[in-house]
Design a binder for this molecule. Structure first.
Ligand code: UT7
Length: 345
């Protein structure tokens, strides 16, 4: 029988260093008022010199496992969405496999920029559906600070570093659960948002890599494409917007999220936002938000959850599914020995 993937664990990990809007105003010609009014962002986290994307990813993965009460040895697939890996290879997922002790699990990364987590989650779901994997970690992890042009005020105020993870488990697909996903892309628009150069740690590399964006054009595309993708999956799942209990959108800009939610007719409390604390962590925004929504008690078993994202490529997509419930929700955001050690470095 076909298997259906359900989320049984979720976790997130952020670097300890906080960079506020006022900190940024000392680097580029900007202000706290402008950033808050135009984006909703108040602060973001920045990785230390020694923190890598895979380190953030591994810590988020540990918390996802702890929240589910599952040992790393049970994981047979790890897929990470990232556009800022530690290096060209090995894959971040492979480094995570070693760091957490996930046997000889299948591991690979996907890159769809800010849509990376949705692409990774959709991919892992297919492995679960066919029975090829029984328990899969899906991670979104980024060190966007390493590809910022810190002289460009139109981009460097928007992004931050962090990681989130979910643990999927396959269950027999016999209860007619309403879930669906769509992923789309338009490479003809690649010039609107792209990054050049390598992105690993180290000053020399960081100077070579930078992100370039036409903010206004991406803004318009984001609102239209995310709302259309949301309506597509809601329809495919046999639902209406009124059935959605919580939307967890990609956290790029408060105005984008509000405009999209308005188009869907969804009111404030059904739309999750935490971008004021972390900014845009690219493929990590959705799993970080899911972990925090879980810990805050915003999700209960049986809720219809709607995820949506857009990003460089351009890429965009949406997914809806029923929330299964997490055994230890507080573990999703708990501090750990490893996190404390990293922060102390
Ligand atoms: O995950 C996908 C990532 N992509 C995104 O999140 C991008 C989506 N786009 C956006 O979020 C918005 O377009 C921005 C936040 C990037 C820009 O907001 P906007 O309301 O579209 O502003 P704008 O680009 O039209 O610029 C308005 C003014 C300009 O000045 P002039 O030409 O009117 O004199 C900019 O130079 O604001 C200026 N400006 C700034 N001022 C202070 C741009 N960035 C800043 C800044 N601080 N950081």
């Amino acid at each position: 029988m076909t298997q259906r993937a359900r989320i049984i664990g979720v976790g997130r990990h952020l670097p300890a260093r906080v960079m506020t809007n006022d900190d940024l105003a000392r680097i580029v010609d900007t202000s706290n008022d402008w950033i808050v009014e135009r984006t909703g962002i108040r602060e973001r986290r920045i990785a230390s010199e020694t923190e890598t994307t895979s380190m953030l990813a591994a810590e988020a993965a540990r918390r996802a496992l702890a929240s589910a009460g599952v040992d790393a040895s049970e994981v047979d697939l790890i897929v990470t969405g990232t556009c800022t890996p530690d290096g060209m290879f090995p894959a971040v997922s492979t480094l995570v496999q070693h760091a957490i002790g996930a046997g000889d699990a299948m591991t690979f990364d996907v890159n769809a920029a800010c849509t990376g987590f949705l692409s990774a989650l959709s991919t892992a779901r297919q492995f679960i559906a066919t029975g090829q994997a029984k328990k899969a970690l899906v991670i979104g992890a980024e060190t966007m600070s390493r590809i910022m042009n810190w002289e460009d005020r139109t981009t460097c105020v928007l992004f931050g570093d962090g990681a989130g993870a979910v643990l999927l488990e396959g269950v027999p697909d016999e209860d007619g659960a309403s879930d669906a996903f769509v992923l789309h892309s338009d490479g003809s628009q690649s010039g609107l948002l792209y990054a050049t150069g390598p992105c690993g740690p180290g000053e020399a590399l960081a100077r070579e890599a930078h992100l370039v964006m036409n903010g206004a054009a991406v803004f318009k595309h984001a609102v239209t494409s995310m709302s259309e993708a949301c309506l597509e999956v809601i329809r495919d799942a046999g639902l209406t917007p009124a059935d959605i209990d919580l939307v967890v959108p990609h956290q790029a800009n408060r105005r984008i999220i509000t405009a999209m939610a308005d188009r869907l007719g969804l009111s404030g409390e059904r739309v999750y936002m935490n971008l004021e604390r972390y900014g845009n962590t690219s493929s990590a925004t959705i799993p970080i938000a899911l972990a925090e929504a879980t810990a805050e008690g915003r999700l209960k078993a049986g809720d219809h959850v709607l995820l949506c994202a857009f990003g460089g490529g351009l890429t965009w997509g949406a997914m809806t599914f029923e929330w299964a419930g997490i055994r230890n929700p507080e573990a999703a955001v708990a501090d750990s020995v490893v996190a404390a050690e990293v922060a102390a470095e």
